[in-house]
Design a protein around this ligand. Structure first.
Ligand code: CU
Length: 234
């Protein structure tokens, strides 16, 4: 009788351990890694108030490879859930997800947030000698507007523009700024390019489910086996 209880206790412990293991495994598989998870350092070139912020604004410093400002652009970018409607699997969006400009041009973005949650318009891989961390970044609190200006260098390049708030890019806030001829479209831009990122997400979801099922089956087999054994010995 004592032996039987001991075996039952072991099988129960094994059951719990396996359940936990499969849960942990599925969590690590499902957990999406955010490439921009690291926080961006604040620096002095930042305008910040309760309505949001503009970081690394540049109205007059020319990139090394530009003799003069080729052209001035003014874009109104509206952020909001309404703009996600035309696209499958999106929740957030910009009124436009692609802008085209000439090399060495100066771009002023009026960033209007129509949602209640805050949103960002963040562009990456600009020259680091002009922009801290190669980034120009605006953030507008819900219902607010921010205006910011930056100057692009002379290369034909496609820049990633996104909202860095957790899951906003994955849910539609991804866009591109094409300078000159650009350097190839980025993937998964709503209305511009097809999504290639969803496939691995769906795959990892199924993989996690499979792992959980396998874990449960193995646990069940062990449990039945040890119970049988204990009922024979007990
Ligand atoms: Cu956002």
């Amino acid at each position: 009788m004592v032996k039987c209880r001991a075996v039952n206790a072991i099988s129960l412990a094994a059951l719990g351990l396996l359940g936990l293991l499969s849960m942990l495994l599925s969590m690590s598989v499902l957990g999406e890694s955010d490439p921009h998870a690291g926080h961006h350092d604040m620096d002095h070139s930042m305008i910040l108030d309760t309505t949001g912020m503009v970081m690394n604004q540049n109205k007059d410093k020319l990139p090394e490879d530009c003799a003069k400002i080729s052209r001035d652009y003014e874009f109104e970018v509206i952020a909001g859930t309404d703009f996600a409607e035309p696209y499958v699997d999106t929740i957030f969006g910009f009124n436009e997800h692609q802008w085209r400009v000439e090399p060495c041009s100066r771009i002023t973005v009026t960033f209007k947030n129509e949602d209640e949650v805050r949103h960002q318009w963040m562009i990456h891989k600009l020259p680091k000698y002009l922009y801290d961390q190669g980034m120009f970044h605006m953030e507008a609190a819900g219902g607010h507007t921010q205006v910011g200006t930056f100057i692009v260098p002379s290369d034909n390049k496609t820049y990633l523009v996104h909202c860095d708030i957790a899951q906003h890019m994955e849910k539609g806030m991804k866009a591109q700024l094409v300078v000159g001829r650009g350097s190839g479209d980025l993937w998964s831009i709503p209305g511009v390019t097809a999504s290639f990122e969803r496939t691995p997400t769906v795959f990892s979801g199924w993989l996690a489910l499979g792992l959980v099922i396998i874990g449960m089956v193995v646990t069940l087999i062990i449990w039945v086996f040890t119970n049988k054994k204990s009922s024979h010995t007990g």
